[in-house]
Design a protein around this ligand. Structure first.
Ligand code: FRU
Length: 505
């Protein structure tokens, strides 16, 4: 039986969603049907299509009682909204249906596993009680099982916290049984990931502490993921309250990829290396799925809690997802590339090879806010790298966002201070990248209100959102010193874009 709260949300989004003009949205980055969106949830392949659920408050552009929004796609680029999948309508999840994941069951149904949140009724009466719950369905309608919650206080190690116990990532093993990882934290607020198992997806038990924070990587660990890739075991996690660690991590909520091995007997992950998943500003809570052809694809909230206030008054939606990215592990590091399906949406190739320049440069045919750019820069004089290379985009007389590489320091910086933002958010981020002699490859994907930068074949990524007025569509280059550049630019989804220029989100 479908609960009133879900029916109300479904009626609301169906009535109000169409009021949002397509022109106010990005062209191919996913946005909520209406209202607020944060983490991707339940990213999965089910019955011939990709499903993407999301943390969702249909009624406003701010975070509030979480629902699960829902959409499907055949190519990870064109999404169709489906009715809201879950609402906070049970005693154990009445404060929010928090993040989780999805998997196909043996009998063909889809299992959603999520965190149900209620407020404790105790003397203090204000703390969250978080527990893991499941719902089963057919890809459209889901039924929360009577036995919920399936993982609560009794399944936690004695040091775990019921106030921070969330974001289960579920998968099935080759023998058909289920596993999930979820985050919690100890009394010192150090995050940990717990591994649970189940024969049927409904009856769960604690297995082991998969990995524990040693105090170095932030505090509570949110939105974990755990998978094997290219012969390694990989953990993705979004730690809260990180401290900077050289140039690798910045302060605040961040994302970490740990690469190592998995001791199956002990149920322990042994990390060997860790790195930021994305070195930009707007990237959080990534989640992965396997495609039918075996690719490990990741999508993330293209926002950060530090930057989560809408820039434009009157906007009816807030929050974008990143482009889905294909992952691989090479030389002990995570690599990411835009999904290959994007190449099929390119048109209007403009190419320049061996452009020698110093100072400012604009190139005929290189402009636009929805574009795929491949740039290869190197020093004009071998052994004498230039001091600085800047790609400037979303540019007019007033606005611009800059991506600057300084080979002598091996630093790549994104700077959106002049993007038209009126908010005192974080506007600059810097990452150490390879390319000391000035040789660097950049792939930059622009989609109206964002830029995703893939550095040196995807060895690093840097993502930002920009609120810039759509009329600012200039792209230019600058070198201090002398450099040589190849640049290839494609339009993306050219035939599908609405014709007028849009206001920013
Ligand atoms: C991460 C997060 C999750 C939680 C959800 C609530 O962004 O805080 O840990 O489940 O958002 O919306």
């Amino acid at each position: 039986m479908i609960n009133q709260r879900l029916l109300f949300a479904r009626a609301y989004e169906k009535a109000v969603g169409p009021e949002i003009a397509p022109i106010s949205r990005p062209v191919f980055h996913f946005t909520p049907w209406i209202g607020w969106m944060n983490d991707p949830n339940g990213f999965s392949w089910y019955r011939g299509q990709y499903h993407l659920f999301y943390q969702y408050n249909p009624y406003d552009v701010h975070w509030d009682a979480m629902h699960w929004g829902h959409a499907v796609s055949r190519d990870l680029l064109h999404w169709t909204y489906l009715p809201c999948a879950l609402a906070p309508d049970e005693r154990y999840d009445c404060f929010g249906v928090f993040s989780g994941s999805a998997v196909e069951m043996q009998d063909g149904r889809q299992l959603l596993m999520y965190t149900g949140v209620r407020k404790d009724g105790g003397e203090k009466g204000s703390g969250d009680i978080q527990a893991q719950c499941v719902a089963v369905g057919d890809g459209m309608d889901y039924h929360k099982i009577d036995a919920n919650p399936v993982l609560g206080a009794s399944c936690l190690p004695e040091w775990g916290s019921i106030h921070d116990f969330r974001d289960p990532k579920v998968w099935r093993e080759a023998d058909g049984s289920y596993r999930c990882v979820a985050g919690t934290r100890d009394k010192d607020r150090n995050g940990a990931l717990l591994l649970f198992s189940s024969p049927d997806g409904f009856a769960w038990r604690f297995e082991s502490v998969l990995v524990k924070n040693d105090g170095r990587l932030g505090r509570m660990w949110e939105c974990p993921d755990f998978f094997r890739l290219d012969g390694k075991a990989v953990v993705l996690v979004s730690p809260q309250d990180m401290l900077p660690d050289g140039r690798e991590y910045a302060s605040g909520n961040g994302t970490v990829c740990m690469i190592g091995t998995f001791d199956e007997q002990q149920g322990k992950f042994i990390p060997e290396r860790d790195q930021a998943v994305d070195c930009g500003i707007d990237f959080y809570a990534p989640q992965t799925t396997l495609t039918p052809d075996g690719r490990r694809v990741m999508i993330a909230w293209m926002q950060n809690w530090e930057t989560s206030r809408p820039e434009k008054e009157g906007s009816r939606w807030f929050g974008q997802m990143t482009l889905p990215r294909e992952l691989s592990v090479r030389d002990g590091r995570l690599y990411q590339q835009p999904i290959r399906e994007l190449a099929g949406c390119r048109s209007g190739r403009v190419e320049y090879r061996d452009v020698h320049f110093s100072g400012e440069l604009a190139l005929e045919g290189i402009a636009g806010r929805v574009a795929d750019l491949e740039i290869h820069v190197r020093a004009a004089d071998p052994g004498a790298p230039y001091a600085r290379f800047t790609l400037r985009f979303a540019q007019d007389g007033k606005y611009h966002t800059d991506l600057t590489f300084r080979p002598r320091e091996s630093l790549l910086e994104i700077d959106r201070r002049f993007s038209g933002t009126r908010r005192a958010f974080v506007h600059q981020r810097c990452a150490r990248v390879a390319g000391r002699d000035g040789d660097i490859r950049l792939r930059v994907i622009l989609d109206r209100f964002s830029a995703e930068v893939f550095v040196n074949d995807g060895a690093q990524a840097m993502t930002v959102t920009i609120p810039t007025d759509m009329a600012a569509e200039g792209i230019s280059f600058f070198t201090e010193g002398r450099s040589v550049m190849d640049v290839v630019k494609y339009s993306l989804f050219a035939e599908e874009q609405p014709a007028e220029t849009a206001a920013c989100q």
